[in-house]
Design a protein around this ligand. Sequence first.
Ligand SMILES: Nc1nc2c(c(=O)[nH]1)N[C@H]1C(S)=C(S)[C@@H](COP(=O)(O)OP(=O)(O)OC[C@H]3O[C@@H](n4cnc5c(N)ncnc54)[C@H](O)[C@@H]3O)O[C@H]1N2
Ligand code: MOO
Ligand SMILES: [Mg+2]
Length: 665
Amino acid sequence: MFNICLKRDRTAADMAPITFGILTISDSCAAGSGDNKSGPELEKLVTDVQTETGKILKGQIACINVVPDEEFQIIETLARWSDVIKVNVILTTGGTGFAPRDVTPEATKSVIQKEAPAISLAMFMASSKITPMAMLSRAVCGIRGKTLIINLPGSPKAVKECLEAIAKVIPHAVDLILENKAKVTKTHEKVQGTCTHHSSSAIPDVSQIRLSDIAGRLRESPYPMLSMDVADEIINKIAKIGEDEIINVWDAYGRVLTTDTYSYCNLPPFRASIKDGYAVIASDGKGRRRVLSGVQAGQTPTTQLVPGACIRVNTGAPVPEGTTAVVQVEDTILIERREDGEEEKEIEILVEPQYGQDIRPIGSDIRKGSLILKAYTRIGAVEMGILAACGCTKVRVTKLPSVGVLSTGNELQQAGEPAKPGHVYDSNKITLMMLLKENGYDPKDIGIATDDEGVMINAIKEAFENVDVLVTSGSVSMGDRDMLKPILEQIFKAKIHFGRVNMKPGKPTTFATCEYRGKTKYILCLPGNPVSATVTAYLFALPLLGRLSGNYTKPVVVTAKLTSSYNLDPRPEYARAILEWSANDPIPVAYSTGNQISSKLLSCKSANALLILPGRTAERPELKEGDLIQAMLLGFNQNIRYILRLPRYFEGNETQYGGQIIVKT
Ligand SMILES: Nc1nc2c(c(=O)[nH]1)N[C@H]1C(S)=C(S)[C@@H](COP(=O)(O)OP(=O)(O)OC[C@H]3O[C@@H](n4cnc5c(N)ncnc54)[C@H](O)[C@@H]3O)O[C@H]1N2
Ligand code: MOO
Ligand SMILES: [Mg+2]
């Protein structure tokens, strides 16, 4: 029998990651004139630090920032990351030396409640073996609340040497701070005995796999509760645009270009008439003209224009050689018909023609070889037309991530089946699949997995065989059958980047990645409650897929006026609402969709916005009717993105667009 442990702790090899804040302290880096090498070096080290005992940190970066050597800014950041974001460890780099502006140790001393001088000493001892310059670092280490703060020097080399010297004690230090010590020891014994690891390519016989120690399961989630912003930043950092591919223009609707695209032809490809009228020689002026022949759109003129004559032309027709103006038919009168009575023999021009009048020169709309669509443009209806007009038959676009949707739960049954006792119909899968479809993806139905270890593992395996992104719902909270996280970690060796988010609904939302047959798989586990699954699909699934496909735009947030009061929840809440605009007030009013309980999908019906209600505080326990609130528009981003792009287009730096933008905390 293979047991999946329901317990976890920080020092087990499959532990919940330690969350890190990385703060670079440097005047020049903050001003943008210096090249920040130590911050990125630390990012690399905490996720992958090598020691003689192997990779031991496997941390998760919760926040990154660069601040100048200003004591108050350092204090503010350290306090916020410790008290609000509650990261496990903050690593600072820079500002520890003897220069007048080096104030990192002073700032750190003002925020820590307990000093940890031995950590500073260990770093000094390691560094002093390499250089006597180590004496010039005044690094301070200590604890604030549940956060360990460690000052590291400013140079990337010294950062590496110092971190490697202390890395092995960090997991234990974190356990001690979090008072996990007893659990660590106990679970360690368990891990040795029952939680042997298997690689995803050698998954044990699923009929033998069972969740173990239900009674002894953790009674508190081991996953740090990250803020929505930090969770979003993690997705942003991890989800990179994938490969690109060349496809036929006809298949390009909704896709994102990866290269600048140039016109294959001039538009118009010939000198074209703008009006239905007569091609003339402008210098002939007003007066009577012989009509030599006529040219329609699609024809090639065969007659040359000569002085004193004209040739009838239609809009879009090529004008004959020698033409220097077109006179619209409204500015002429008929003088004489031909013998057959059908066509004109002679006309009179009533208005003096101007040189070049009503002729589109070759390439005047689009010049051959000119840039028509920049890289990272999303191809909509108009862009399809531009590509077609310019003779493009193939385009290079980002590959659409393949995505599958899986529902979980013994209680679920398919809509249409006769209702069984104790069951509910699966509404999440259809909602999620249609939401993905609406946004241009082609989701695969991975089915419903019952709360059986083997069924769940097989469903995930099937998904990984077929798709790169798996969106699940249910089985991520604290129930004894909520098995997705332990299965992902212990069977598929997935890395859980976050397992809880401080938001309502959606608290247990989980994001993980793993390698399966040499490919990275992204797993987004949404909570089972139908409203939670829907809201988190907007807030996490669409941004994840958008980032993977280069099709990401920040949500559009507007200010709205409440029409009812709200008792605030301790967690920031995304309340569904209908915004209504009126002609005489630029601020829309927000109507609640009713009872906001996470099980009531009706609260999402017709909602066009999520009101971003702040978490409750003693000073602000509620919001009142008439209060102004930030509201995120739903289903609007695809339409607004062109408007958002415009300033970037003209700035000429939009190649960043759709790229990975790290949000600073
Ligand atoms: N002790 C605690 N219990 C719960 C916590 C907690 O922190 N401590 N969190 C609550 C929150 S918040 C949420 S959200 C839910 C999330 O639960 P799971 O993601 O584990 O989902 P399930 O337990 O599988 O199901 C919850 C609920 O949703 C219904 N459901 C599930 N899938 C579907 C579907 N495809 N279609 C329709 N309805 C579905 C399911 O029947 C349950 O009623 O946990 C809280 N508990
Ligand atoms: O966070 Mo849960 O999603 O409140 O219902
Ligand atoms: Mg549950």
